[in-house]
Design a protein around this ligand. Structure first.
Ligand code: ZN
Length: 290
């Protein structure tokens, strides 16, 4: 049977029969790969541990007729400390869910994305920075690699430079932030559309679904904007193949006023990512219950 080697991070999986599992993983060599882990459902076996989500392994895989089979697995990292922190583990699973959703678009430069995901999980495990701040940086790096980086420095409509004094809202459909002037115009247009729906202006054509959606921007404060811009600036660092100790040696402190802004920035980016993926990411729903 032909075989191949992989270095991969587990990003999901499902049961196969009584004792096996199909593991989804993102590999540095081939991007998304699915393979059978024999005996992985039997508790206490070596394969059970190695097939868990967010474990990183060096693997030898045999090509099967329908599904490939893991024949050897050597553990590289299990992010042990991440597993004992429910909030950070949830963010790790959110990264895995995003990776599954966008895997196709990441295959072209799979080694770069593998490194980004590995570093992002390492930083969550280290727990020096706020989990949401790290997720914001990871989301930006993911979007950069997909070629969907949001427009944050010039207006997405008129291309004027954005500053903290002229920003209004983020438009997921347009992929960026609009300046004050363009935001006001969009708002006025949206107001007319609302009147339309009540029937007062029944002769005017109803805007199509896309246009309607694009007009509902997400309000962005200067603090939220600054957090988005600085998260975007971390993309290269997150994708770099650095020795572990050189990765982010300094902690990023947040002031009390930055915390609610961080929450808003994180929600905004999640919404944009979900918009791009065309689906809701369920991993973080758990955090609403704790
Ligand atoms: Zn503008």
């Amino acid at each position: 049977m032909p075989t191949y080697n992989l270095t991969a991070i587990n990003i999901g999986g499902f049961s196969l029969g009584e004792s096996d599992k199909v593991v989804s993983m993102f590999s540095t060599e081939r991007g998304l790969v699915r393979a059978v882990a024999k005996g992985a459902k039997k508790p206490g076996t070596k394969m059970a541990g190695k097939s868990e989500a967010l474990c990183v392994n060096n693997l030898l895989i045999a090509k099967g007729r329908s599904l490939d089979i893991i024949t050897q697995a050597e553990s590289i990292d299990t992010f042990r400390k991440l597993r004992v922190d429910l909030v950070r583990l949830t963010f790790g699973l959110y990264y895995a869910e995003l990776t599954q959703a966008f895997a196709e678009g990441l295959e072209e430069d799979s080694a770069l994305y593998y490194q980004t995901l590995f570093n992002a999980l390492k930083l969550q495990e280290r727990a020096a920075d706020d989990a949401r701040l790290l997720a914001l940086e990871f989301g930006m790096a993911l979007l950069r690699q997909l070629g969907f980086s949001p427009e944050l420095t010039v207006c997405v409509r008129c291309r004027h430079a954005l500053t903290e004094y002229n920003i209004t809202a983020f438009y997921p459909n347009l992929g960026g932030i609009a300046c004050n002037r363009c935001g006001q115009q969009a708002k006025a247009k949206a107001a007319v559309s609302e009147i339309d729906l009540t029937g007062y202006y029944s002769t005017r054509e109803k805007p199509d679904a896309d246009e309607e959606y694009e007009e509902r921007g997400i309000f962005v404060t200067p603090l939220v904007w600054k957090l988005l811009v600085s998260a975007d600036a971390c993309c290269d660092e997150l994708a770099a193949d650095l020795p572990e100790d050189d990765l982010r040696p300094r902690r990023r402190e947040l002031s009390a006023s930055q915390k609610p802004a961080l929450d808003a920035a994180h929600r905004l980016l999640q919404r944009y990512l979900e918009d791009r993926a065309g689906k809701h990411m369920r991993s973080l729903d758990l955090l609403k219950q704790i």
